[in-house]
Design a protein around this ligand. Structure first.
Ligand SMILES: [Ca+2]
Ligand SMILES: [Ca+2]
Length: 303
């Protein structure tokens, strides 16, 4: 009996041990499989990270190479900028030198001498004209229509010089006791004495109306130039004057509205504008040269 109990106990122990071992083995196997799965998963992740790292390194390398290229471009651009700055500085220096020389030239005043005869006496005037004012007029655009030539006679910028001449005219008239008509003939005799020059030969243009200062500086001009000058002088002397455009004769002259009768005239605005010839020599108020047969004229008052 005792022997069988002992055997039973031993059997139970062995069976229990076998069952415990089996269970432990099963648990261990499951953990092992799980670990292998985790290792495999981590290995895949590591591989992916390695690939990403390689790709990043390649990108970094490309960026470094691009940076190096850009730095080279920047250096080149900086060198070019420095070069251009030096050129600009040099040109500015040259321009400044040229401006100084131009200013020196423009500071020159040219004195024009005029000699002419009137009433058996030789007259001499000397008019100082700063080159700067002459150039200022030269640079002006020319009017495109005869209608605006009267504005050239009325231009205020030259009043100082025109008034200087008006003073000489008034002094001469006072000294020689000219009548009003003699004084007017004296003015046109002066302008008639300036040589007649053709625009196409003295300017780069076929038709070039001169401002009064230009005609005085150039010491001559054609019919519209001398007419604009006469109109400017008489306007500053206080007369009612107009430019007369004689279209058929392709000629320009001046008309003056004064009381009395002084030969030929053109009517405008119920007023008689007596004819003043500003070219040629010896023509007096109211005398129209025989070649001009226009019975009508376009009249542009200076006002
Ligand atoms: Ca003027
Ligand atoms: Ca002209």
């Amino acid at each position: 009996m005792k022997k069988s109990i002992i055997l039973t106990i031993i059997g139970c122990f062995l069976i229990g041990s076998l069952c415990g071992y089996g269970a432990a083995y099963i648990i261990y196997e499951i953990k092992l499989i799980n670990c292998e799965y985790q290792i495999s998963k981590l290995t895949t992740e590591v591989s992916k990270l390695n690939q990403a790292a390689s790709s990043q390194e390649a990108q970094i390398s490309t960026l470094r190479s691009e940076k190096s290229g850009l730095q080279a471009d920047l250096s080149w651009a900086e060198a070019e900028t420095t070069h251009y700055k030096e050129q600009v500085n040099s040109l500015e220096l040259q321009a400044s030198g040229l401006q100084d020389r131009l200013n020196n030239v423009l500071n020159i005043t040219v004195t024009q001498h005029y000699n002419w005869s009137y009433r058996r006496k030789t007259w001499q005037w000397e008019l100082p004209i700063p080159l700067s004012i002459y150039v200022e007029y030269l640079e002006r655009a020319r009017p495109l229509s005869f209608a605006f030539y009267a504005d050239m006679a009325k231009d205020p910028e030259d009043d100082l010089y025109i008034d200087m001449m008006v003073q000489w005219i008034n002094s001469a008239a006072l000294e020689k006791r000219f009548t009003e008509v003699q004084k007017l003939n004296f003015v046109i005799a002066f302008v008639q004495s300036l040589p007649y020059t053709v625009d196409v030969e003295t300017t780069p243009y076929d038709e070039y109306p001169r401002y009064p200062i230009e005609t005085l500086f150039d010491r001559g001009g054609d019919c519209e130039d001398s007419s604009i000058l006469v109109a400017a002088l008489l306007d500053r002397m206080g007369y009612d004057v107009a430019l007369l455009h004689l279209e058929n004769a392709e000629h320009m002259a001046v008309g003056i509205s004064i009381t009395g009768n002084y030969g030929s005239y053109y009517e405008y605005d119920s007023k008689k504008y007596f004819y003043l010839e500003t070219t040629g020599e010896g023509w007096q108020i109211g005398q129209i040269p025989p070649g001009i047969t226009d019975t009508t004229a376009r009249i542009y008052p200076v006002r």
